[in-house]
Unconditional design. Structure first.
Length: 249
């Protein structure tokens, strides 16, 4: 596994709690930023989405400071720069984009084939829509589309993968970090329960069952992307992979 922190010294065992607490603080900051705005409106209202964009982008922009502070507190020294440590670099970016995307397409080959069979559109129809400026204009003007397809993939991958994995690997090791990091990502999605309970969108049992299911697949996807991140040392492709998965690739 290509460990992005392999060139640095090991973190002393007594300071592993700094790594875990840093990740926990970062996760709480990300989720907490969604609720700094007081509103009686539902989460899909454009006003709520715009406000949350602001707070989430601020936290995401500051998230590299968590990695920098962690590195200073734990005395970990690496030859890589802070951005390279987070997998943000141009070296090797082409294979890091192509091969993980192909692997993901193979994993989702069943749903892709089913979608191709059931879809009433031809391949030509799909290409025409994809090249239609009006289609993209409608997408960009839709706050929910921007949240689900742009802001969420970019910020979540930056915070929960690019920032957390470099902090966990030196302490826990690559294999353990692959399965530990997604737990922060999965648990963070439990905040949707607040919204569902607040607006009574389903039964209590149904809401928690849905949250548990979401935790399961987000944790699995998180482990998958964490593995690829450590193999490639690249974080740049993952927002595009998240977008591709939401569209069935």
């Amino acid at each position: 596994i290509s460990d992005p922190t392999q060139s640095g010294s090991a973190v002393p065992g007594g300071l592993c709690w700094v790594s875990v607490l840093s990740c926990l603080l970062l996760a709480c900051s990300y989720v907490g930023s969604l609720y700094v705005w007081k509103s009686e409106l539902p989460r899909d209202h454009p006003t709520v989405i715009k406000r949350r964009f602001t707070s989430v982008l601020v936290v995401s922009g500051l998230s590299p400071l968590f990695v920098w502070a962690w590195r200073e507190l734990t005395a970990v020294r690496t030859s890589a720069s802070l951005l390279a440590l987070m997998g943000i670099r141009l070296e090797g970016i082409v294979p890091a984009i192509v091969f993980p995307l192909l692997l993901t397409m193979v994993l989702f080959l069943g749903p892709l084939m089913q979608l191709a069979i059931d879809c009433p559109w031809t391949f030509t129809d799909g290409v025409k829509v994809a090249l239609d400026p009006c289609f993209w204009s409608l997408c960009v003007s839709d706050m929910r589309w921007l949240r689900n397809q742009v802001v969420a993939p970019l910020t979540e991958e930056l915070v929960f993968r690019a920032c957390m994995l470099p902090m966990l690997v030196p302490c826990a090791g690559p294999a353990t970090a692959i399965f530990t990091c997604p737990l922060f990502f999965g648990v963070a999605h439990f905040h949707h329960v607040i919204e569902l309970l607040r607006f009574r969108q389903g039964t209590l049992a149904g809401i928690f069952l849905s949250a548990a299911f979401q935790f399961s697949y987000t944790a699995v996807f998180g482990a998958y992307t964490a593995f690829i991140f450590l193999r490639t040392g690249q974080q740049v492709p993952f927002p595009f992979m998240s977008l591709a998965l939401q569209h069935r690739l």
